[in-house]
Design a protein around this ligand. Structure first.
Ligand code: AMP
Length: 191
């Protein structure tokens, strides 16, 4: 199964994808995790993207596409994937579409986790305290939310127009949201 899971920063995509991957038996591909690993490793890519990430801005579309093509080329991705953190804008949505068409593996659907703005801000403040992610500090959170509203939110329309979007309530416990996700996936691919 090939799905895109998206929603604002702090909507719980990463948490949900980490649980969902075992249920579906496909890898969780988080572009944020791939980039953070590159930064930790001090690789050329990591050195190139660190400042952009710390500012809460988007890494260039070309770099992201290379990173993604590389990850899709790994054997475990042949089973499918849960994509978390990509596409972040319309250029990326089109690039993903073209890449999947080329390999004959179209998306099964896009799932959008919706969480009210105030809850997002509270959750990210909690994560900043717990995990110490540099891009969870208040100024950077504001920048990331702005980038989401301006560049990523239009991606929902991209999938909606093609009848591929399922919007889900992302509030409640991890189990509540996981239940909604699984019900939505069952509706996409009836057993
Ligand atoms: P995330 O963990 O998905 O919130 O991503 C953390 C940061 O990594 C973002 O704020 C961006 O700087 C960068 N990033 C992750 N995915 C992408 C993407 N698809 N395009 C551009 N930048 C990205």
């Amino acid at each position: 199964m090939r799905i895109v899971l998206f929603g604002p920063p702090g909507s719980g995509k990463g948490t949900q994808a980490a649980v969902l991957k075992d249920h579906l038996g496909v890898p969780h591909i988080s572009t944020g995790d791939l980039l953070r690993a590159a930064v930790r490793a001090g690789s050329p890519l990591g050195l190139q993207v660190k400042a952009v990430m710390d500012a809460g801005q988007l890494v260039s579309d070309d770099l992201m596409l290379d990173l993604l093509a590389d990850r899709f080329g790994q054997p475990d991705a042949a089973a499918g994937f849960i994509l978390d953190g990509y596409p972040r804008n319309l250029v990326q949505a089109n690039a993903l579409d073209a890449m999947l068409a080329r390999i004959g593996q179209p998306l099964d659907g896009a799932l959008l986790l919706e969480v009210p703005h105030e809850q997002i801000v509270d959750r990210l403040a909690g994560r900043a305290a717990a995990e110490g992610r540099k891009d969870d500090d208040p100024d950077t959170v504001r920048a990331r939310l702005r980038v989401y509203a301006e560049q990523t939110a239009p991606v929902a329309d991209f999938y909606r127009r093609r009848g591929q979007l399922t919007e889900l309530d992302g509030t409640g416990t991890v189990d509540d949201v996981q239940g909604r996700l699984r019900a939505a996936l069952a509706a996409l691919a009836p057993a």
